[in-house]
Design a protein around this ligand. Structure first.
Ligand code: X8Z
Ligand code: ZN
Length: 604
């Protein structure tokens, strides 16, 4: 167990709720010394924790879990002490604006804050590890006793067009989560107390307060962004619903305008790219099929990662270090349980970059690999910053970089790197098919990206009791996504727990923001690359100027408020949905034309 006492070593004066009053006031200098030391201690412990966590997630056993829990406990205790100390120092009058901001960063640096006592911390961290294990070792066994892991079920869901098989998969995976519900509710209780000790209303308020504005202002902005993109989503939902009805028949479709969640080609109905064939009705074929290309060329997981790295190096960024290739996990091992949900790491916080993924040979995974490398390039770019500035401008930026790069995976890019022989003709059909493929991933995702945290905000604030968790979840799914449960859910169900980020306790607003920001980043890189033409056709591949502009933003880390960092890169200090709307404009017109005589919308 870690033994240290930041307060007695560094803080002669305590103010605020837990204050002990002493003679001399804390000075700017003393507070700066605290900030420096806090950063050093956290940096050391984070590296130890990353190593233990890496081993646990690559080799899930009773013992590796216990080892990861130990380092996580130490980190949670340290982070909690420092965050509460920062809360107190924020009451010191006369501190510089810079010092106040640094203290806020320390106050926000714990992902799941714990109450101060050791027993609560131990319980909270153990619950966290248990939830992660339950999810990652979860298997569904059918009546014949054949068991499947999530990856295989996802693949079947992507490809099957048999409604009863889809329903079995959908229901089957949701059997992993009921045992999580009690643990989850207890985790909420403990983390809420931890957040209150730091001066917040609850964990949701704490998460919302990390965006260089008040938590309430952030919630208001999220709603505003959603309202701005909602018409685009509604057009897509209406068209997709109509096509699905054609394929599966009226008996499978509810008559309230919603889409049953098992028909969208994805376990969580969060991205619908796998059913493009259904949506395009076979009439218009996508101009190319990346999954088929990967198969024809016999590209394996490593080839896909090399292809993604090649994009980054074409922008003038450094290749990945040799250790990346030695230490990463690229494919799912057959002989042990691992956390397959893709992630990117910088284990020593310098350049020990790695990804951990169970890569499948699909076009969808090509985008995920770019996404992960975006994290790695970001991590390396800000590694020179002091500890508390090592991170993205806000969490959405980290998620947006690789996705923005993947927007440049256009036909012209595929020709350049030799995966396509020639560019498809620029016909309306090809344009719409290309945009539809992208919209089924990016536009379909938006309401899902929003409600994951909207649901948690309600849970954390106490608005929902444990008994209301599941119904409230489906109410949000219905209201925002126009997606409904294909069958009535029983009282034991805990469907939010069947999505990784709920048991892993990773906030999700970041992905909603990223889905908007990535189009802004893409537009900026295209401008830097001197591209002239419609945004959807642009690839910034090979543009060192775009690379320099991007790298300037990445290496700034979170030194400045995110609005400033965004303005330095794009000229705008707010999330600007116009880039996404511009990108999809031809598709929006096309959808509205298709929907002209249809009854759109749904009852929520
Ligand atoms: O979790 C991820 C990444 C890792 S940060 C693969 N994503 C979200 C998800 O899978 O639910 C990327 C998009 C949304
Ligand atoms: Zn990510």
């Amino acid at each position: 167990m870690l033994k240290r006492n930041v307060r007695s070593a560094l803080a002669p004066v305590m103010l605020g709720a837990a204050a002990t009053v002493s003679a001399a006031p804390a000075t700017e200098q003393a507070v700066r010394a605290f900030i420096d030391q806090a950063g050093q201690r956290s940096a050391e412990l984070s590296v130890k924790n990353s190593r233990a966590e890496w081993v646990f997630q690559n080799f899930i056993t009773h013992d590796t879990q216990a080892m990861a829990v130990d380092t996580q406990k130490a980190l949670t205790i340290l982070g909690g002490e420092q965050a509460r100390q920062a809360r107190d120092y924020l009451q010191v009058p006369g501190l510089s604006a810079q010092t106040r901001r640094d203290l806020e960063l320390i106050r926000h640096d714990v992902s799941v804050p714990s109450p101060a006592d050791a027993a609560s911390t131990a319980e909270l961290v153990e619950i966290g590890a248990q939830l992660k294990s339950l999810y990652s070792t979860g298997k569904y066994c059918n009546e014949a006793g054949e068991c499947s892991v999530l990856r295989d079920m996802e693949l079947r869901m992507a490809n099957s067009r048999d409604a009863s098989e889809l329903l079995a998969l959908w229901q089957g995976w949701r059997e992993v989560s009921p045992p999580m519900r009690k643990l989850y509710a207890r985790q909420v209780e403990l983390a809420n107390q931890g957040a209150r000790d730091l001066g917040y209303k609850d964990l949701g308020d704490y998460w919302r307060s990390r965006y260089d504005m008040s938590g309430d202002a952030f919630a208001g902005d999220m709603e505003r962004y959603w309202q701005e993109v909602k018409p685009l989503y509604e057009s897509l939902q209406c068209h997709v619903r109509d096509r699905l009805q054609d394929v599966y028949g009226e008996e499978v479709m509810p008559d309230d305008g919603t889409i049953p969640a098992h028909l969208l080609g994805n376990m969580w109905a969060q991205g619908w790219g796998n059913i493009e064939d259904v949506v395009m009705g076979g009439a218009w074929k996508a101009p190319y099929d990346l999954t088929a290309i990967l198969e024809q060329r016999d590209m394996d997981a490593l080839d896909i990662v090399k292809m993604a790295e090649g994009y980054f190096t074409s922008l003038g960024l450094e290749p990945l270090p040799q250790t990346f290739w030695e230490r990463s996990l690229f494919t799912r091992p057959e002989d042990r349980d691992v956390v397959c949900h893709a992630s990117a790491w910088n284990v020593d916080a310098v350049d020990d970059l790695r990804i951990k993924m169970c890569i499948q040979r699909t076009g969808e995974e090509v985008r995920v690999v770019h996404h992960e490398l975006g994290h790695n390039y970001y991590q390396r770019a800000y590694n020179q910053q002091p500890y508390y500035y090592r991170g993205s401008a806000n969490a959405g930026f980290h998620e947006a970089v690789g996705d923005a790069i993947a927007l440049s995976v256009t036909p012209s890019y595929l020709v350049k790197i030799g995966l396509l022989d020639k560019e498809p003709a620029t016909t309306e059909e090809n344009t719409i098919a290309q945009l539809m493929q992208m919209a089924l991933d990016k536009v379909a995702f938006l309401p899902f990206g929003y409600i994951m945290d909207k649901w948690r905000w309600q849970v954390f604030s106490g608005e929902l009791s444990e008994a209301q968790y599941n119904d409230a979840w489906w109410q949000l799914r219905r209201e925002y996504q126009g997606v409904s449960s294909p069958v009535a859910r029983d009282s034991e169900a805990f469907d939010p727990g069947a999505k990784y980020h709920i048991p892993a306790n990773v906030s999700y607003s970041r992905y909603f923001l990223a889905h908007l920001l990535q189009f802004q980043f893409h537009r900026e890189m295209c401008e830097q690359a001197g591209f002239k033409g419609p945004l959807y056709a642009c690839s910034a591949y090979g543009s060192e100027q775009a690379g320099q502009a991007l790298n300037a933003m990445l290496s700034a880390g979170k030194r400045l408020p995110w609005q400033q960092t965004l303005e330095n890169f794009t000229g705008s200090d707010d999330v600007d949905v116009s880039a996404m709307l511009e990108y999809f404009a031809p598709l929006k017109d096309w959808l509205d034309e298709q929907n002209r005589d249809r009854q759109c919308g749904w009852q929520s």
